[in-house]
Design a protein. Structure first.
Length: 177
């Protein structure tokens, strides 16, 4: 076999750096995260001037996603623990998701992403279905699930706030207006 026909390894020929095929419309998380790491590592090939980008590229959107999830869970607990009429109004998660989006991700998205989010939230489960899923399919554990969520919010919030503050201090992101 001649040298011309032999496979040549390159940075992106490594299977760990390839984004996975969707499985029934779902992203295989482990392979996806490895590929994301590969993209972040690729920034190093652009030179030392890009090292600040490399150090925050993968963490930035993780941070933003965590901010969104924290806000969504906060709002879910607040509405669930409200009066019975508020509980009825909050079965549809659209209001909670919209408010969490407004407070966290919206300012970072372009027009197309904002429109896509408006469509995607209509596919969200009802609150009762989400809580049932969190109870591994068992009925009647809504109060327990909300209690467990509220118990984790303190540490979750302090971790996210620490990460957010790091970005502000290092001027990697601007504070909201």
């Amino acid at each position: 076999m001649s040298a011309e026909n032999e496979p040549v390894d390159t940075y992106f020929s490594n299977k760990d750096r390839m984004f996975p095929e969707l499985e029934d419309g779902l992203i295989p998380t482990e392979q996806f995260l490895m590929a994301c790491q590969g993209v972040a590592d690729f920034v190093g090939f652009l030179g030392k001037a890009f090292s600040p980008v490399k150090s925050d590229i993968s963490l930035l959107w993780l941070k933003r996603g965590l901010e969104f999830m924290l806000e969504m869970l906060r709002l879910l607990v607040k509405e669930y623990n409200g009066t019975p009429s508020e509980k009825q109004r909050s079965e549809n998660m659209t209001k909670i998701l919209n408010e969490a989006y407004e407070k966290s991700l919206k300012r970072h998205h372009n027009f197309v992403s904002k429109q896509l989010f408006k469509l995607v939230i209509h596919a969200a489960p009802y609150r009762k279905d989400l809580l049932k899923a969190l109870a591994y399919g068992r009925e009647g554990l809504e109060d327990v699930c909300v209690l467990h969520i509220s118990e984790l919010l303190g540490n979750f919030e302090s971790n996210v706030n620490s990460l957010v503050e790091h970005y502000y201090v290092k001027n990697l992101e601007t504070r909201p207006a």
